[in-house]
Design a protein around this ligand. Structure first.
Ligand SMILES: *Cc1c(COP(=O)(O)O)cnc(C)c1O
Length: 405
């Protein structure tokens, strides 16, 4: 294996994010004068002769070798994502979880300690809590938003703080300025899962975060048709992660990468619209007589409204709410929806609704669920790109149907 696959450079472009989402990272002239980025569907790459091999292995000349070590379609996606996030470098993965677990493992060794906030993605938490133990890595879980507890949890062997913003399902916002100060004081790295925000709404690197993670499955690909992940940050750190990625092998295949690139072209358009629609829906729900409470970062009633306004361009496409009534009311509401699909995930063009108590937390006791704030009447709406009035009509009709009986 050669020392490194070709790396992307930071592109500090002055062009707007909409333009960069379409053009960044790809050469103007492509194979056969194709307009779109070709899918280089190959597992292996050839060398013309022995000199070409040596130019690559000894002189570090750019060349692809084997699919697990890099692919031209993936490289373009990496360059584009790095550009959008304002990062020096990026690696793309077969899923968000592959990006997260590979990143975590690449930065740690036995005897290390990490701090993670309790509001993190369920599988990320599970991995940190259960699997890291096997490698003699210690993990302290601190309550989200309690910066004193977070600071207190940091020890001599702490390598990084891992958090997420906004979080699932309450859309809590992590104060990036505060966390940067704490991290600097103790010289620990900061990792943030920015999936819910996307680089359109939030750019953690500008706040000094060391590593940004994305499940590209959500807004970045945006069509509910692929799984993909990405990690972004300084070249030195990303190179470490890339090296482990070559062994772990959570590869995104070229065709999937093409779909990610295609999704990226319209992601600012979609997120802009989803921001607008979600805010409108949040306001509608907040004033609806069947609703108990609405959680949306750009609503004044949200507990992190001020921080959200400081560090985000838009509130994102997810609206969380509790309806009045009980579990039966909740089920009747779900069953009456006609436009919104019932299903997990978020960020795609189709509006999706989930009832966390029935899906993600079905195996928890009611008491344990309630401790986490997962009540019987809590819903998470992932607003799609349908006309907002049609979504509102569907919600309204279903709410009325739920309370009528
Ligand atoms: C979906 C999601 C993940 C996991 O990503 P996959 O692509 O499903 O592996 C991680 N973090 C957040 C915040 C997510 O929403």
């Amino acid at each position: 294996m050669a020392k490194s696959t070709p790396k992307s450079k930071t592109t500090r472009s002055t062009k707007s994010i909409s333009t960069r989402s379409i053009h960044a990272g790809e050469p103007r002239k492509k194979y056969a004068d194709s307009l779109t980025t070709p899918i280089i569907q190959t597992s292996t790459f050839t060398f013309k002769n022995s000199k070409a091999i040596e130019d690559y292995t000894k002189k570090g000349k750019e060349h692809f070798e084997y699919g697990r070590y890099g692919n031209p379609t993936a490289k373009i996606a990496q360059k584009r994502l790095a550009n959008l996030e304002g990062a020096e470098d990026c690696v793309v993965f077969s899923s968000g979880m592959s990006a997260i677990t590979t990143t975590i493992l690449s930065l740690l060794r036995a005897g290390d300690h990490i701090v993670i906030t309790d509001d993190s993605y369920k599988k990320t938490l599970e991995f940190c809590r259960s699997y890291l133990k096997q490698f003699n890595i210690e993990c302290t879980i601190v309550p989200f938003g309690n910066y004193k507890a977070l600071e207190k949890a940091i020890k001599k062997n702490t390598r990084f703080i891992f958090s997420e913003s906004p979080t699932n399902p309450y859309l809590n916002i992590f104060d990036l300025v505060k966390i940067k100060k704490i991290a600097d004081r103790y010289k620990v790295l900061t990792l943030i899962d920015s999936t819910f925000a996307t680089p359109f709404n939030q750019r953690p690197i500008e706040f000094g975060m060391d590593i940004v993670l994305h499940s590209c499955t959500k807004y970045l690909a945006g069509h509910n048709d692929i799984l993909a992940g990405a990690v972004l940050g300084k070249s030195e750190l990303i190179e470490k992660i890339r090296n482990l990625h070559k062994s772990m092998g959570g590869l995104i295949d070229p065709h999937c990468c093409y779909l990610l690139l295609r999704g990226l072209k319209t992601f600012p358009l979609r997120v802009k619209e989803q921001n607008k629609s979600a805010l409108k829906i949040a306001e509608f729900l907040e004033n609806h007589f069947c609703i108990k409470k609405v959680y949306y970062p750009f609503l004044k009633s949200h507990r992190h409204y001020e921080i959200a306004k400081e560090q985000m361009t838009g509130g994102g496409g997810v609206v969380t709410f509790e309806i009045k009534g009980n579990l039966s009311t909740a089920k009747r509401f779900l069953d009456a929806l006609k436009l919104c699909y019932i299903g997990p995930s978020l960020g795609g063009v189709e509006t999706l609704i989930t009832h966390p108590a029935l899906v993600s937390y079905y195996d928890y006791t009611r008491k344990r669920r309630y401790k986490l704030g997962i009540t019987d009447t809590l819903f998470r709406l992932a607003v799609g790109c349908e006309d907002v009035e049609d979504i509102i009509k569907d919600l309204h009709r279903a709410l009325i149907a739920a309370v009528k009986r």
